[in-house]
Design a protein around this ligand. Sequence first.
Ligand code: ATP
Length: 352
Amino acid sequence: MTDAPHSHEPILTIDGLHKSFGPVNAVDHVSLEIRKNEFFALLGPSGCGKTTLLRMLAGFETPTGGRILLEGNDISALPPEKRPLNLMFQSYALFPHMTVAKNLAYGLEMDRLPKAEISRRVEEIMAVTDLGQFAGRKPDQLSGGQKQRVALARALVKRPKVLLLDEPLGALDKKLRERMQLELKRLQHEVGITFIIVTHDQEEALVMADRMAILKDGKLLQCGSPEDVYETPADRFVANFIGVMNFIEGVVGSDGIFNAEGLKLATGTEIRGAATLAVRPENITVTGGSFGIGGKIVDMAYHGLDRVLHVKIAASATPLQVRVPANAAVPHTVGDTIHIAIDPDRTRLFKN
Ligand code: ATP
């Protein structure tokens, strides 16, 4: 067990990987590099091909085309048990009649490791996953979160080079899920094994992943760090899928200035003609005076530290979401007329 730093060295290279089921391209020529020791998330809406991609990596699905390289070696034709990858299923599939310690030892016993080595590795993984006190319990004497930890420990005890996790937190309630997100990340860091996690939950991917890939209709739309994807989404779909985004339709003139009704913004764009301006709620400010873009508060939501104002402006049929600190000096109420300003450096423009 090492506290390995991240490296940029790829461990897994996915090269033009393709899978079709009849007319459906479940995974459509995806190329990706996953780096050693990183926590990588495959993210996308239902049916985008995440599970099919993960199953191809694990060897449970045969690609229609493309290659999978592990540390430079083509593993595309290897059966699952010959791949140094381990897939943790959504259902934990623990043996109900075995204790936690036995569940953990089982895979190593199958591999015929010496007894002493098995006990040492089981002890070690129970310490890392904080399961020591449950060693003698059976799965039905554990909570959902504890069962999840056993499943994880069972996958890790075999020391795979890469651990594949398909919606590992899907069965947990929201509170536990949030706690386990941090725990999973800590654990990954501690064991120094590359994790590839499938999730449809954007928040989860943002919290846990070092880098993430966004898929839609089998195609890779963007791959990058959570910051990259949040700050510079590759297209409208990604912009809308990750976090909250306001969209304003307009036109960019030959001078490069974005125009919509009552709104002019010099964004430094190369785009000309019909375009959509995308701006996050935190990048719009209330000017506090009568300068800026005039609008009316039509709704308001309190989120603890901040408040989201829904502001109707002439340039947009949909009210803009504007995030302001909840303790803002000037209190706002629904029906107020206010003025807002958009920071042009924190916007994205997409050609229509
Ligand atoms: P979810 O989040 O709902 O699990 P997903 O992103 O994991 O979705 P996949 O399960 O990979 O998506 O499915 C991708 C596409 O391939 C879907 O359109 C699905 O209907 C189709 N598909 C998956 N498995 C098969 C199969 N065995 N036969 C036919 N079509 C399939």
